[in-house]
Design a binder for this molecule. Structure first.
Ligand code: ADP
Length: 442
């Protein structure tokens, strides 16, 4: 694109001035006068325009619009460009102040942290919850304003998908939940919620379930003992009583496993926030779980394939119970051999348990991990299920930052996958690979 020259841009003005100067020359017959008049008119015109440009540079908002034609057209374009830049430069500041104005009027606690992790602004509610004043804390690293190792780690990781809970004060019960989101030039907007009451209620519910289950254990053990004694004393000829005692025995056994699942679930919940970072060789863990299950189900087959060399950072007892629940379900609900696979995927190592059982209708899948949710009550009762197995698996998955995927097709079978994130997977160290590992493929 070629830029038109100055005289081309100003051609209309020049022609008009030349025409006027010619007319003056013709009427006065004095070419010198006409020439002076021409130069004077053009100088005044261009001088006027330049003056407006200088005035505008000094104060861009005050300048009246410049004419569209000739040099004025170029100046108008410059004017438009500069005005646009000025507006753009003002926008972040304006939008930030708009944001802080809106947040200031909110009842929820909110604060803004810059890309260096320093506190830029907070509203009154945040000052109250964190027991700080903006005046004193502005510009300080946020991890110093609301101290705690977990906050430092959370901010370093920069993964704000899950909210963070912190206990900022001396009161061990006082608990805040922080939700981070990014905006602008990597600034963060943080919403803070006081979850102390919510936490307390949740703890009471957990303790209640735990205590009741614990209290039920003792009478149940006594009842079980009496049933066993009566069974041994009962003459086999009394079929009716033998049958009644048999069914009492089955029901107490069911109650026992229900209580032990409830106790285990409430234990897992109570240590949910705790760090779980023992290095666990899943190949070892799988081989132990499978050995135990093969002893309990001697006529069944479990095919284990392990191709991943990775260990998982987690809690052994919890992972063992999750894996065991998945394999037990596969054994309970199918008759064909069960496949277990430990392998690497792009997102992290994966444990897969697949069966060729009756499958699960898609409509049930989203609710399977709810406590006591059963697809088919009679089938579950027949297999002795408690309805808590998948709830336990889900809890263990969440507390290990893993994801549980369930794929199932009716009449074809079901596949359960536990996918661990890469930051929980480490290369197994020398001892666990050479001393503890056995080839579990069988
Ligand atoms: P349960 O102790 O009843 O097995 P779970 O929480 O382990 O309880 O499972 C919930 C429900 O999901 C079960 O009642 C069953 O209907 C269904 N389910 C779980 N695993 C399988 C599977 N491998 N195949 C078919 N259905 C399954």
């Amino acid at each position: 694109m070629t830029t038109p020259g100055f005289f081309v841009l100003e051609s209309r003005r020049l022609l008009a001035a030349l025409f006027a100067a010619g007319a003056l020359w013709l009427s006065t017959q004095d070419w010198k006068l006409a020439l002076v008049a021409l130069v004077l008119v053009l100088a005044i015109c261009w001088g006027w325009q330049l003056t407006r440009v200088y005035r505008w540079f000094a104060d861009p908002e005050q300048v009246p619009p410049i004419s569209n034609s000739g040099l004025g057209g170029v100046l108008r374009d410059v004017y438009a460009l500069r005005s646009r830049d000025t507006v753009a430069a003002k926008t972040p500041a304006r939008s930030q102040s708009y944001l802080t104005d809106s947040l200031a009027s909110m009842r929820d606690a909110a604060l803004i942290i810059n890309s260096d992790g320093r506190l830029v602004w907070c509203n009154d509610a945040a000052e109250y919850l964190l027991d700080i004043t903006l005046e004193e804390e502005e510009g300080k690293p946020f991890s110093d304003v609301a101290p705690g190792k977990s906050l430092k780690r959370y901010m370093r990781k920069e993964n704000f998908q899950k909210p963070l809970r912190i206990k900022p004060g001396p009161d061990p019960e006082y608990c805040l939940q922080l939700e981070f989101s990014r905006f602008g030039a990597n600034d963060r907007l943080v919403f803070i919620k006081d979850v102390t009451e919510q936490d307390k209620l949740e703890r009471m519910r957990r303790d209640f379930v735990g205590n009741v289950s614990h209290e039920l254990r003792t009478p149940l053990t006594v009842i079980k003992g009496y049933i066993e004694t009566l069974q041994s004393l009962m003459p086999e000829s009394d079929e009716r009583l033998v049958k009644s005692l048999g069914s009492m025995d089955v029901q107490t056994a069911r109650m026992e496993s229900l209580i032990s699942d409830l106790l285990w679930l409430s234990r897992i919940e109570s240590v949910e926030g705790e760090r779980k970072d023992d290095q666990l060789d899943l190949v070892d863990l799988l081989s132990h779980v499978c050995d135990e299950l093969m002893a309990a189900w001697p006529d069944r087959q479990i095919e284990v394939v392990t191709s991943s060399k990775l260990c998982v950072l987690g809690n052994a007892a919890e992972l063992r119970s999750a894996i065991s629940n998945l394999i037990v379900n596969a054994l309970k609900y199918s008759e064909a051999p069960v496949s277990v696979r430990w392998s690497d995927t792009v997102v992290g190592p994966e444990l897969l348990v697949a069966d060729q059982g009756p499958g699960i209708d898609a409509k049930h899948i989203p609710r399977l991990t709810e406590r006591f949710y059963r697809v088919d009550k009679s089938r579950s009762q027949a297999t002795g299920g408690t309805g808590l197995g998948l709830a336990i698996v889900k809890h263990v998955a969440v507390s290990h930052d893993a994801k549980l995927f369930i794929d199932s097709e009716l009449e074809k079978g079901s596949t359960f996958r536990l996918v661990f994130p890469n930051d929980r997977a480490v290369a197994c160290d020398v001892c666990s690979t050479e001393c503890g590992r056995t080839d579990a493929s069988q």
